[in-house]
Design a protein. Structure first.
Length: 447
């Protein structure tokens, strides 16, 4: 078996023993999406034959929490600490002379030549969903890496959907204020470390690609683009080099969102691509959007790590933060505290709301409760929460545009204190066989 560069998507796929390979021809119009939907929660999928296209397609790379952890060479108990350590100790990308992402070059590419899937019935076209986008503020020279959806408009043009508060939108507005256009490079087919890093909530000007290098244990190798002044991961599968025109806007139409329904965000920017470079045998990567495992967890683990890093200085008893699958990886957070002092749970709840606008519900647990385990969290709520005392409802809070129940730009928020309180009961001892017997029988069963 060929060994691929450790920073490549191919090395990641090579490390998975049970990749699902589909040999039957599939249509990029909805059939790829249907396959990924049916196989959500399983191992990565590779489509060997895509009707009308030469390139293969792959998706469903990290559809569970354990899959994300494994892709980053850790387990779920060490995942958050690894992310926080990488944010705190980034490794600046290293330029190299050449990379496989530039083996083939095309000027003014026709995006229809790529096997871009159409995902959902009422969207208005196919979408590029796994594009990790490199941009740079020309005033400061500082780089940014983020993920945004792109909808081909014909030829070498595409709509790009960016939330107004995302750093790519900030850079676009800054370019417009200077009467400039914004150069971008859409990189497709990246290692999961690059994808997770692109979803992190860092400070404006902090380079997410440097965090990706820290996650992989070595600086990301980058090559200069051919038509824009940007550097991209040398080991990605393909690159679209383009210009975002902040003065040209176009209506998008209905688009799927993380909560599993459609949103109508109105107008967005247009990108014109001057060049496409790729591997000779490039594999096109797609992330199933909407309420799908990979879309959920790429955001959830990144947001949770950012929250944990932010809260550690404010809430000393913090153990871990989860942003739950049930909460669509964006709307619900669970905070685990160790022996919290009175009032610590409420402090944590308000700190989360202050840090991430998207989070609508915060539940605080303590002790051995795994905040990523929905059943364990519900059990803690059932046993420890008194509604008259432990529920916090705050009406009229500014809402994110993707909040499914937003009205007039606001939403109510809910905090749930599911920690134990003095005076509730005298005995919290869990009922189970003696600890020494449990340990002995555990060893017996392993044999």
């Amino acid at each position: 078996m060929t060994e691929h560069h450790p920073q490549s998507m191919r090395a990641f796929l090579e490390s998975i023993e049970n990749v699902t390979r589909i040999d039957e021809p599939v249509d990029p119009a909805f059939e790829i999406a249907a396959c990924l939907s049916h196989l959500d929660g399983g191992p990565p999928v590779v489509f060997e034959k895509v009707i009308g296209h030469e390139l293969r397609v792959t998706g469903n790379h990290v559809t569970t929490l354990d899959a994300v952890a494994s892709a980053l060479a850790t387990d779920r108990t060490g995942l958050q600490d690894k992310l926080i350590a990488a944010i705190g100790n980034p490794l600046a990308p290293v330029p190299v002379g050449e990379g496989p992402c530039q083996e083939v070059a095309t000027e003014n590419p026709d995006l229809a030549e790529l096997p871009i899937p159409s995902f959902f019935e009422y969207e208005t076209g196919p979408y590029i969903t796994a594009g990790a986008i490199v941009a740079r503020d020309t005033l400061t020279g500082r780089a940014n890496l983020s993920i945004a959806r792109l909808k081909p408009l014909g030829g070498n043009r595409a709509f790009i959907g960016i939330a107004p508060n995302h750093h790519l939108a900030v850079l676009a507005r800054a370019a417009r204020d200077r009467s400039e256009q914004l150069e971008i490079a859409v990189t497709i087919g990246n290692h999961p470390a690059v994808m997770v890093a692109a979803c992190l909530y860092l400070g404006l000007g902090d380079d997410e690609l440097a965090v990706a290098g820290a996650l992989l244990g070595s600086p990301i190798e980058v090559v200069p683009c051919q038509t824009v002044d940007l550097k991209v991961p040398a080991q990605c599968e393909l690159v679209l080099e383009g210009i975002l025109d902040p003065d040209e806007m176009i209506e998008e139409g209905p688009v799927s969102e993380f909560h599993g329904m459609y949103e109508r965000y109105g107008a967005g920017y247009v990108v014109t691509f001057r060049a496409m470079t790729r591997r000779r045998d490039a594999i096109y990567q797609a992330v199933l959007p909407g309420y799908a495992g990979e879309h959920i967890y790429l955001g959830a683990v990144a947001i949770a790590a950012g929250l944990a890093r932010s809260l550690k200085g404010k809430v000393p008893s913090l153990v871990e933060v989860a942003v739950t699958h049930g909460g669509a990886g964006r709307l619900h957070a669970v905070i685990n505290l160790k022996e919290p002092r009175p009032g610590a749970a409420r402090k944590a709840i308000f700190a989360v709301w202050g840090a991430v606008n998207l989070i609508k519900q915060v539940t605080v647990v303590e002790g051995e409760v795994d905040p990523w385990d929905g059943v364990a969290v519900e059990h803690a709520v059932a046993n420890h929460m008194r509604p008259d005392r432990d529920l916090i409802v705050v009406p009229g809070v500014q809402a994110d545009r993707s909040e499914p129940l937003e009205q007039g730009g606001v939403i109510s928020k809910l905090g749930v204190d599911a920690t134990r309180h003095d005076g509730d009961r005298a005995d919290w001892t869990p009922a189970q066989p003696p600890a020494d017997v449990m340990e002995r029988i555990r060893d017996l069963l392993k044999r």
